[in-house]
Write a protein that binds this ligand. Structure first.
Ligand code: G6P
Length: 467
């Protein structure tokens, strides 16, 4: 098995305790990194006065991480700037929120060059290099320019926008050209892949084969749709851990026989939280019979707090949640519990298990793993219902959910009413289908498919190749 070098902006080393905050992706990557004696490289999340390229190596639960600090200007222009004020909104189809500043592009290029220079001495000739997400598109090219001839893959965890939107980015072609430094480029869904192929074909005049092989100016990449999953079986067990079961009981007690609807999202405008609140508000206004019988628990830990659009959405949700409670609450009923805090995986699993409805309504989302975790956490004998946005990548695999248009408060209200009154037989039948998908197309299946495309030999040798 070849050694794997994973590169991502955020590095999430596994914690020594099993209850850590690591998500499914981080857990799966950690498993392969451990097995292949690999390295996880990226930003430390910390800041230094001037960039030194000094690497901080750490080993945690058998996984080696190598991280670097960035300068304040780098963080401003690369992370807050091009990654989160330009690419994030644009790739989530929100062109009007995207800011196009040449300084951001410069900062993005500079940090990618710095990452390449720092990473270069760590790469040996047989390593597989796997770069993740929109922060690091140029990294492959920067490494190639420095003589790296290894197999290199790139995976995008957010949507790829349609060509008509992408062209509003002043340096769109340059950005796409940089992807051609990789041998394999992965997307979560066929839609995102098709958008990319459409651009390559139409805008770059690239030659596109049926299997996703794309040829352009003497370079070849293989593009594929490969939806990420969770470790469904392990998460189902987590939902029955003592912590989760205690949490589940606590939620039942505090619910006081009221049905809980739950949403868990980073506080991000792409998650459709305002529209979700409007949908819930509409349900309360139109279904008086449900008043005092239900409540919505929305967990939304703040994110990217230096970026103005995030400050704005936070302020809007603060006022919206206050309005809903002001209008509908009674002396002993709070219809909306709005919480700006994050919780550990096992605690969340217990909360999901106690919920009657999981409400996952992003306006656009690369995949959305909350949808899958909600399903995996349910009690098979009395499962809750998943209400899922049509525009989450997960919808392509989860058609047994109640699918909604997240822009429509009316559809959200109708879906909630349907979910809250759904007979147990239908809940079970839908859940069974969803759970089969979550377990079969799990995170190892995803990893194996991508690594097989990158390097078939490694895929069959390591844990990623296990059946
Ligand atoms: C999305 C992105 C990830 C990112 C995560 C959290 O899932 O695809 O790359 O790490 O959001 O965002 P943050 O800016 O806090 O890393």
């Amino acid at each position: 098995m070849k050694r794997l070098i994973v590169v991502s902006n955020r590095v999430q080393p596994p914690s020594e305790e099993a209850t850590g905050n690591q998500g499914g992706l981080a857990l799966a990557l950690s498993a392969v990194l451990r097995e292949s004696n690999g390295i996880w490289f990226g930003w430390s999340g910390g800041e230094t006065e001037s960039f030194t390229g000094l690497i901080n190596f750490q080993k945690s639960a058998g996984v080696t991480t190598a991280t670097v600090d960035l300068e304040p200007q780098d963080i401003l222009e690369y992370y807050d700037g091009f990654a989160n004020r330009t690419l994030w909104p644009l790739f989530h189809y929100r062109v009007s929120l995207a800011e196009f500043e040449r300084e951001f592009v410069d900062g993005y290029e500079r940090v990618n060059t710095r990452f390449a220079e720092t990473l270069l001495p760590l790469i040996t000739h047989d390593d597989l290099v796997w770069v993740h997400d929109y922060h690091l598109i140029p990294l492959g090219q920067r490494l190639r320019e420095r003589g790296v001839a290894n197999r290199m893959g790139f995976f995008l965890h957010i949507p790829w926008p349609p060509m008509g939107l992408l062209v509003s980015l002043p340096n769109h072609q340059e950005l796409v050209e940089q992807l051609f430094a990789y041998d394999v480029v992965g997307f979560h869904t066929q839609d995102w892949l098709d958008n990319f192929l459409d651009y390559a074909r139409t805008h770059m005049d690239a030659e596109v084969d049926e299997d996703g092989t794309v040829r352009w100016q003497g370079r070849t990449l293989r593009a594929l749709a490969c939806p990420i999953g969770i470790d469904g079986a392990a998460y189902a067990q987590t939902a029955q851990s003592p912590t989760a079961l205690a949490m589940c009981r606590q939620m039942h007690e505090s619910a006081n026989d009221r049905a809980m609807i739950v949403g868990v999202d980073r506080l991000d405008y792409s998650k459709g939280l305002q529209e979700r609140f409007m949908g819930y508000e509409r349900l309360l206004a139109t279904r008086e019979d449900l008043q005092e019988k239900i409540f919505l628990l929305q967990i939304a830990p703040p994110s990217r707090a230096n970026v103005q659009t995030y400050q704005e959405i936070r302020a809007q949700l603060d006022s919206h949640s206050g309005r809903i409670n002001g209008e509908f609450a009674t002396v002993d009923w709070v219809p909306l519990r709005y919480v700006n805090k994050g919780y550990a995986r096992d605690v969340l699993a217990g909360i999901y298990r106690a919920a009657k409805v999981g409400l996952v309504t992003p306006l656009r989302d690369g995949m959305n793993l909350v949808a899958k975790e909600f399903v995996a956490a349910q009690d098979p004998e009395d499962p809750g219902v998943l209400v899922l946005s049509n525009f989450a990548g997960a919808a392509a695999q989860m058609d047994a959910a109640v699918l909604v248009n997240p822009y429509s408060p009316e559809e959200i209200a109708d879906a909630l009413a349907l979910a809250l009154t759904m007979p147990v037989e239908e809940r079970k039948a839908r859940w069974r289908k969803l759970m089969d998908g979550v377990v079969n197309e799990d995170v190892m299946w995803w990893l194996d498919r991508f690594i097989t495309a990158l390097d078939p030999e490694t895929a069959t040798a390591g844990p990623a190749g296990a059946p």
